[in-house]
Ligand binder design. Sequence first.
Ligand SMILES: Nc1nc2c(c(=O)[nH]1)N[C@H]1C(S)=C(S)[C@@H](COP(=O)(O)OP(=O)(O)OC[C@H]3O[C@@H](n4cnc5c(N)ncnc54)[C@H](O)[C@@H]3O)O[C@H]1N2
Ligand code: MOO
Ligand code: MG
Length: 419
Amino acid sequence: MQPDPNPERFHRHALQPEEAQRLILEHVRPLPVESVPLLEAWGRRLAEPVAAPHPFPPFRRSGMDGYAVRTADLMNAAADGPAELIVVESLPAGKAPRFPLGPGQACRIMTGGMVPEGADAVVMLEMTKTEQREGNSYVLISKRVPAGNNISEIGSEMQTGARLLEAGQLIGTGETALLAACGCAPVSVTRRPRVGVLSTGSELLEVDEPLEPAKIRNSNAPMLAALLKAAHVEPVMLGKVPDDIEAARTLVEKGLRECDLLLTTGGVSVGDYDVMVDVLANWDGRMLFNKVAMRPGSPTTAAVLDGKLLIALSGNPGACFVGFNLFVLPALKAMQRVSNPYGKSFTARLGAEFPKVNAFRRYIRGSSEVRDGMVWVTPTGEDKSSLMTTIVGADCLIEIPPLKETLEQGELVTAWRIE
Ligand SMILES: Nc1nc2c(c(=O)[nH]1)N[C@H]1C(S)=C(S)[C@@H](COP(=O)(O)OP(=O)(O)OC[C@H]3O[C@@H](n4cnc5c(N)ncnc54)[C@H](O)[C@@H]3O)O[C@H]1N2
Ligand code: MOO
Ligand SMILES: [Mg+2]
C-alpha cells in the first residue's frame, strides 16, 4: 500500500502547548456518576463535593485516659494538699454519661470517652492517685490544670457544613477516613474512564515475539497501560495495526465506539506510511490540532468524533510519554470532574547545563532532588524523543523555553511534576 502524498501534511499550524491543552479540555464531557461501597472507592474520584453532615467530634471527647473533673475543684490543689474528689462513674469510650458532674466529683474516663456535662478538663491518669474508703473511690490530684485540658470540643476538627472534599478529588487515605467518619457510604464517584490504547506501525512485534530484522517490540502500548494504571484508569487494550489505512480506520472507529477516550501511538508525522494522518484526513470527525510548538511530541494530534476525543500520540516513546502527561492526564481528570485538571509546576535550579538551541519549547525528562535547601532538576539523560531509558527515574518534566543560547547549570527553570 502506498498512500497518496498529501500536501496538507506539510502545512500544519503549530499551537502552543497551552492552546492545545485548552482545546482538548473544551471537548471533554464529564462521565456519568455511580455509587460504590466505601471500600471500593479508593483510587476513584468524587463526583460531588463533600461537606461535614455533623460536627466532629460529635461530642466532647477525652483525649486521655484519666479523670474528668471541674477545674474549679482544683483551685487549691498542691503537692502538699491535693484536691480529693469522689469518683462517681466510669466512662469507657462508647458509653454516654448518666449524669452531669457536680462540685467535688470526678469521673474515671478513657481516651475517646464522652466528657460529662459540668466537667471542663481531663487529668491524665499518671497525674493522679486513688484511694478507697468506706466503699467509695476517691481521686487525689496535686496540680491545677487549665480548663479544656485534654478535651476535644464538639466540632473542633470540623463544623457542620464545613467543605471537606472537592468534586474530582482522588479518594486516597485521608479522604477514605473522612468519608467513613461522615457516614458517606456508598460514595458517589465518576465512572472510571474507559480508555482505548491502539498502536500503529508495521514494525511492531508483540512483547513475547523474538526480534526480526527491521522490527521492534511494541513498548508504547504497555507504557500507556502503565501510565493509565498509575492514574487509576483501566486501559482497554485494542492491539496494534500495521500501517494500513483501512485497518487503522476500522480499529480507530471501533475504539471510539467502545471507549470514552482513544489513545493511538505512531503515524502522525509526515512519513509516507504515517497512517493516522490519512485516517484523520478523511473521516467524519473533526481535527482539533495536528502540531504543537513543543519537543518532543510536535506532531501530537487531537480530534473528536461524536463528542469523543481521540488523542494521537507520537510513536517515539519519549514523545508519547510527554504527550500523555501534557494532554491525556488533564483530559482524564476533567472527565472525572477535576475543576483544575492541569499539571502542577514548581520552580527549581537546573542541575546540568542545557546546550541545545531550540526553536520550540522543550519538555525534558528529569529527576528532582533537594540540595542545600533548594530543589534541583537534572535531565535523566540525553534529550531524544526516541529514548525510553530516560523515562526510567523521571519524576518531572523540565521546561526549557525556546532559546538561542545555552541554559547554564543553576539557572531557575519551571518543572512539571509527573504524577
Ligand atoms: N521529515 C520529518 N520527519 C519527522 C518529523 C518531521 O517533522 N519531519 N518529525 C519527527 C518527530 S519530531 C517525531 S516525534 C516523529 C513522529 O513519528 P510518528 O508519530 O509518525 O511515529 P512513527 O513514524 O510511527 O514512529 C516513530 C518512531 O517510533 C517508533 N514507534 C512507533 N510506535 C511504537 C511503539 N508502539 N512502541 C515503540 N516504538 C514505537 C517507530 O518505530 C519509530 O522509530 O517523526 C519524526 N519524523
Ligand atoms: O516532536 Mo519529536 O517527539 O521531537 O521527535
Ligand atoms: Mg512517522
